[in-house]
Design a protein around this ligand. Sequence first.
Ligand SMILES: Cc1ncc(C[n+]2csc(CCOP(=O)(O)OP(=O)(O)O)c2C)c(N)n1
Ligand SMILES: [Mg+2]
Length: 371
Amino acid sequence: MASKQQKVLFEAQKQLDSVNEQFKTLQILNEEGEVVNEAAMPELTDDQLQELMKRMVYTRILDQRSISLNRQGRLGFYAPTAGQEASQLASQFALEKEDFILPGYRDVPQMVWHGLPLSKAFLFSRGHFAGNQIPEGVNVISPQIIIGAQYIQCAGVALGMKKNNAKSVAVTYTGDGGTSQGDFYEGINFAGAYKAPAIFIVQNNRFAISTPVEAQSASRTLAQKAVAAGIPGVQVDGMDPLAVYAVVKEARERAINGEGPTLIETLTYRYGPHTMAGDDPTRYRTADLDNEWEKKDPLVRFRKFLEKKGLWSEEQENQVIEQAKEDIKEAIKEADNTPKQKVTDLITNMFETLPPNLEEQYEIYAEKESK
Ligand SMILES: Cc1ncc(C[n+]2csc(CCOP(=O)(O)OP(=O)(O)O)c2C)c(N)n1
Ligand SMILES: [Mg+2]
């Protein structure tokens, strides 16, 4: 005879099954570059479509050059981005300049397209303080290294916007691994409770360094973690720029209209290593898995889509590649020409008026630096 408790558990499982079933992946453009969901197509002009492609091509080159500059010892910390272009750039493309981005360490491309000069991105990579001095009017903060911390900061920035009646949103990014952090839950819960205009993006690239997402959580999707916070969650094909753009655009409209935050999970993949600090992905990923995801490449499918519309050519692509290479060369030169940071910079950057002990140290280092 089934006990009462067993019956409750059975219902609980049914409830979970029904939640699982409701979280489907939104896709608009399939791997062949065909529109498979006309109803969800975002309104984008031909110019906007071309601009989005341009940004993805440009950023793929930026990634390749950054890896090579890192190997030459000309850059420091770098987290590769190839594979994640649709997830990163189509989400940023749905924002306005007044929106605020709180990025993780892999999200430098969104910062660049939100207005951060490339030279600043390179200085950040080198650990130079000037890389963290964001120009006025560029609404980003430095990439967060502490996994998930930016989710709480995002809830706070969004609440501030709401209190100021600003018609803008705060957008943050973390990875699949980031959703296991307490900060992730605290951020989405707080923003949900205060209906703050936030967009929480989870770039699920299937691995947190070497830990596969299947081992990360028992949750079937990461999008459904939104349910407990009482906010909408959506899972989207993160290799499909149109789908990513469409959901972020809609989440932004909801937020601006006072309807509160949205959690968006983008299904994506990083082709490269976790960072350039010695990670070897062949130790935890198979070549078959890499191939499977490379077939989903966002640049390939968007290129096919645009070519069919007569909106993209090899010539246009080459122009973008040349432009990217030239800009990168200039930006590295600018970073090289930035005065090296000194110990006295550390002291004066931290304090307007020096406490006596630091004043003493300042004198010592100023003396050393003058030689
Ligand atoms: C609080 C905290 N714990 C651990 C780390 C070390 N760490 C750096 S990256 C990383 C994996 C994060 O994976 P994921 O969130 O999936 O992002 P991805 O790197 O795949 O973009 C970990 C554990 C950290 N930076 N911060
Ligand atoms: Mg990950």
